[in-house]
Ligand binder design. Structure first.
Ligand code: ATP
Ligand code: MG
Length: 560
């Protein structure tokens, strides 16, 4: 299996693995990435993926992909397919090691009978409200269920009849018989199996009882001979149950190790909430470029390599924190800076007429696609009498430090001529500036500065009106307007959505070399940022460009 190299550096998990290899407890390392197919993968999953696959490849071991598909009500084939697509896109390969908890349903059921036979599980008829009441609280012990003393024969008979479909959904459960007074609530006779008539994406209607997560996860780890079962901190309290079940069943016992979840500013990671955003149409889908999902980030133009670098940088630790979105965007910038060809595009066009340039004439400048990478080759940019510049690059009454265009001022057109603004034409009714009439200095073409001529400070981007390609541009901002929406107690998280997270520009123009740009490809629009051709909304003749990131972190500044 070829895997990208993940440089996680020394960390506490590696220390544990090193010890296990040195002591001979393990000869090789087997990890797994265990998504529940109830949603699309997000950047938090990327962290888990990089840790699990990265660790396995560091030790020349292997990492399994296992779908934790024990809840048919929420799980769908669409999610299974999307998870595999995203994993491959991130660069990871699980070879033949694709598993599903549902592959083990028969074995897991056998384990349930084994526990019953050992007197370690019983069928309980309490209803959910009673179950809650008997469970106790963090400060009070629970009470034994009146069904806890059922004998082994009766339990076995009832469990078999549960499986055979003799009882109504929710009328009975199988519970582990541990300790109703245990300080850890997870050990107070947790539910192992429930009755649920739901069609499973893989096993169809073969089962009407399904194992609970805690009874499927560790047992699947065990069956696959996972050496180190890596999960996030919220499972720390489940570890005693994980251990209890492996011991009670006398099966191979992997070691569960917990690490901190990834949280990012101005977004959320809960799949339940992400699904709500999709269903309630706050976003266009799981792959909306504002979503923290891998499919959204891919569509936005974040390279897989940038996400892997981000996962390396945040490292593996044990304390929960919220990482600044800017850190991820920096990784995206760094990667795109080296791989994205340069181009010129104008987002909010303002017409410029070069009055002393011959009518009907055009010329071409040949310029590099990347200033530092000659291997990317060259492109040609047409120049003519009518151009467009970005509206932001002109001010009628500019302050002193504004080095772009203003009445009577000079500016360099990137790769082109120096021009001077001689006249400002306005809409007589609205007063809006509609055109600049400029003159060019013929001696300065292609970036040339004749001897003795004063240098101009400002360089702006432009396109030739007759040659430019009209495109649509999506500008994205943070999905939420507060740093940590998940921590907000008072307001519903929907109220924290950033109303300006998407701006659609319909007048934008790009240089003609981009006319056949391929969906998914990325460019640096000079001075504006990195833009990627949208893979879904682009049509032949009408490309849509998504802004992946700006050139600099403008958000950190504007939010302080
Ligand atoms: P759910 O809300 O459905 O429980 P989940 O985010 O735990 O969702 P899973 O599909 O169970 O989703 O996650 C698969 C693996 O990814 C698990 O091992 C989980 O610990 C890990 N994971 C999920 N979210 C994060 C995160 N934010 N940071 C790091 N790892 C994560
Ligand atoms: Mg989970």
């Amino acid at each position: 299996m070829s895997q990208p190299v993940i440089q996680l550096g020394p960390n506490f998990i590696r220390n544990i693995v090193d010890e296990d290899l040195a002591s001979g407890k393990h000869k090789s390392v087997i990890t797994r990435f265990p998504p529940e197919p109830n949603g699309y993968l997000h950047i938090g999953h990327a962290k888990s993926i990089c840790i699990n696959f990265g660790l396995a490849s560091h030790y020349q071991g292997r990492c399994h992909l296992r779908f934790d598909d024990t809840n048919p009500v929420k799980e769908e084939q669409e999610y299974i397919d999307a998870i595999k697509t995203d994993l491959r896109w991130l660069g990871f390969d699980w070879g033949e090691h694709e598993y599903h908890a549902s592959d083990y349903f028969e074995t897991l059921y056998g384990y349930a009978e084994k526990l019953v036979e050992k007197g370690l599980a019983y069928v309980c008829d309490l209803n959910p409200a009673e179950m809650r009441e008997y469970r106790g609280t963090l400060t009070e012990p629970g009470k034994n269920s009146p069904y806890r003393s059922r004998n082994i024969e009766e339990n076995l008979d009832l469990l078999r009849r549960m499986r055979a479909g003799e009882f109504a959904d929710g009328s009975r459960v199988l519970r582990a018989r541990i300790d109703m007074a245990a300080p850890n609530l997870n050990l107070r006779d947790p539910i192992l199996y429930r009755i649920l008539r739901a069609t499973h994406p893989r096993t169809g209607d073969a089962w009407c009882i399904y194992p609970m997560y805690d009874f499927a996860h560790g047992q699947s780890d065990s069956l696959e001979k996972i050496t180190h079962s890596l999960c996030t901190l919220e499972f720390q309290d489940h570890r005693p149950l994980y251990d209890w079940l492996c011991d009670a069943l006398e099966i191979y016992h992997p070691q569960q190790i917990e690490f901190a979840r990834l949280n990012l500013t101005c977004t959320i990671m809960s799949k339940r909430r992400l699904l709500e955003l999709v269903n309630e149409k706050h976003v266009s889908g799981w792959d909306d470029p504002r979503m923290p999902t891998l499919s959204g980030m891919r569509r936005r133009g974040f390279p897989a390599a940038a996400i892997r670098t981000f996962c390396e940088r945040i490292g593996v630790g044990k304390s929960d924190s919220v990482i600044d979105m800017g850190t991820l965007e920096d990784c995206v910038r760094e990667e795109l800076n080296s791989v994205a060809p340069r181009a010129m595009g104008v987002l909010r066009p303002l017409k410029v007429t070069i009055t002393n340039y011959p009518e009907g004439h055009a010329e071409e400048f040949t310029v590099p696609c990347h200033p530092k990478d000659p291997a990317m080759g060259a492109r040609t940019i047409p120049f003519s009498r009518e151009l467009y510049i970005d509206g932001d690059d002109f001010m009628e009454d500019p302050p002193k430090k504004f080095f772009r265009l203003g009445p009577g001022r000079e500016v360099r057109l990137r790769y082109g001529y120096i021009i001077r603004c001689d006249e400002v034409i306005k809409n007589p009714v609205s007063g809006e500036v509609t055109e600049l009439r400029c003159s060019y200095d013929q001696e300065t073409g292609g970036g040339v500065l004749p001897e003795g001529r004063k240098k101009v400070k400002g360089i702006i981007h432009w396109v030739s009106a007759a040659h430019a390609v009209p495109v649509k541009v999506h500008l994205y901002d943070r999905l939420f307007s507060v740093a940590n929406p998940a921590a907000e107690k008072e307001l519903d998280y929907r109220e924290l959505l950033n109303a300006d997270s998407l701006e659609v520009l319909t007048q934008a123009l790009v240089e003609p070399s981009l006319v056949d740009a391929v969906p998914g490809s990325s460019f640096q629009f000079e001075r504006l940022g990195y833009f990627s051709v949208d893979s879904k909304d682009s049509q032949p003749g009408k490309l849509v460009f998504n802004r992946s990131v700006t050139l600099r972190d403008t958000w950190a500044k504007s939010s302080t």
